[in-house]
Design a binder for this molecule. Sequence first.
Ligand SMILES: NC(=O)C1=CN([C@@H]2O[C@H](COP(=O)(O)OP(=O)(O)OC[C@H]3O[C@@H](n4cnc5c(N)ncnc54)[C@H](OP(=O)(O)O)[C@@H]3O)[C@@H](O)[C@H]2O)C=CC1
Ligand SMILES: O=C(CO)[C@H](O)[C@H](O)COP(=O)(O)O
Length: 517
Amino acid sequence: MPSASPTEKFKRIGVVGAGSMGSMMAFAFSEIGLDVSVWDVDKRNVDKVMDWTKKATTMKGKIEGFTDIDKFTKSLEGHGIGKLFMFSITHGEPADSVLKLIKPDLKKGDIILDGGNENYRRTERRQRECEDIGVTWIGMGVSGGYQSARRGPSLSPGGDAKALELVMPLLQAYSAKDPKSGAPCVTRIGPGGSGHFVKMVHNGIEGGMLSTLAEAWSYMHFGLGMDYEQIGDVFTDWNSKGELRNNFLINIGADIMRAKKTPKGDWHGEGASDSDGYVLDDVLDKVVQDDDNSEGTPLWAVMESASRHVSTPTLTAAHYMRIASGNRAERVEAAKKLQMPAPRQMQNIKDRATVVEKLRQAVYCSFLSSFCQGLELIARTSKDEAWAINMGDCIQIWRAGCIIQSEYIADLLQPPLTTNKHLMNIKFIDEVAGELRKYFPALKSTVLEGIMYDQYMPSLSATLEYLKYDGGTMLPTKFMEAQMDYFGAHGYNKPGVHGEDPGPTHKGPHHYEWKSA
Ligand SMILES: NC(=O)C1=CN([C@@H]2O[C@H](COP(=O)(O)OP(=O)(O)OC[C@H]3O[C@@H](n4cnc5c(N)ncnc54)[C@H](OP(=O)(O)O)[C@@H]3O)[C@@H](O)[C@H]2O)C=CC1
Ligand SMILES: O=C(CO)[C@H](O)[C@H](O)COP(=O)(O)O
């Protein structure tokens, strides 16, 4: 529960960016009792927010719109112990350009919360730049999409501890609350760019889960011939109990399966049709956030995992399918040449319920593996950067408000991650290993059947291989190592030799002259 009044230290906040997220934040802050100044580079975005205020009935603090950035910044003077900003704009250059614009008006003690999905290295650069003038830049992950930005997101702030203490009551009031304990889904993650790093990993895990679920949807629809209503019922059932209970993505998956077009459509006419068809059938298979550079988090997660030597194949395979999806024009051309088979309906299915149950277990296995991979990336980076991230806290703040919320997985992971602060490999937890072992056969049979009938399953099959090789005791890399020694004199370690097997991750001392030069 909030320790102090959310408006004790700051009575006004300046929201930079009135897009999907920023506009919703403005109303949420107003409901907490803060006065809100909103600025956007595009006047139309500010006008839209001001229009909405006319119909709003739950505002406590007033909302004022600005298109002049100097007036915006000045409006924040004298309403607390310093000026408080919340950035919610596109990552990269936009945040630098706004910082440059407001910098002349910034004073010692001002605090900037960057709620965008920013790369943690850029966050650290801005932290250094602001520190020089006594201003604190906090990189804060905000998760849950615009609905949560309005009603309470999961927040992962990282940066200066003293500044975060000052804004914590406000963040606690704003954040989502754990439905079990009522605890706010926000905590200081650690110093530097750790908050944005954890949000990046959240989005990496999100990518693994999104792909897994998309593959399961396709498996049921094209492989098992199930219609949208039937799949919606399966998602509702999965979400109601067991290992996939209270899972955000499965829950909204059920909604999507039932969303039908209507003569009027939604509030702005989208989905308007007399056809009685499904909204999903208006949606093309293109995910372009990487191509247009509007988002970067899953890509950065893949790059970080490779550079920090953490195996994240579920997340990575998910991302590569997403990249391929974006460039539909090229894909459609390639399709003409490759003539790949499309997913086919599976034959001789005697008991569809059993197949669907195996699919549920496979999905769970892939979700849990996505968490293992993401958390291992956090553990590795926290050690490298001396951030001392408590992964139990990460699970706690992911219990509500965010996209990867999964009650059963959180219940499974939180106790061991809270007590064992130095764990580097999540699969060392007996309960986690037990679950992965238990459901591996279902994952294998799902992938096997799916491949037979040409289903798309990059993440599910990557999870299968991940579990095999990340827990394998003699990999085909034995042969790879020999080949590399043959042509490159790379040096190998020997089986059963003390200091080499398993030994440190060092180059081995042995070279065999397979062929002289
Ligand atoms: N949507 C989501 O589900 C979530 C998004 N985020 C992050 O929140 C941030 C905002 O996202 P969202 O609201 O969805 O995105 P929108 O595209 O709706 O809003 C982006 C905002 O950034 C502004 N902007 C773009 N370029 C500049 C610039 N050069 N200078 C100043 N402002 C600029 C846009 O102005 P204009 O409209 O004129 O381009 C707009 O107000 C992003 O960092 C995103 O990654 C975080 C969690 C969830
Ligand atoms: O941050 C988010 C949720 O957590 C946003 O939904 C974001 O748009 C996801 O995009 P990406 O997968 O490219 O990060």
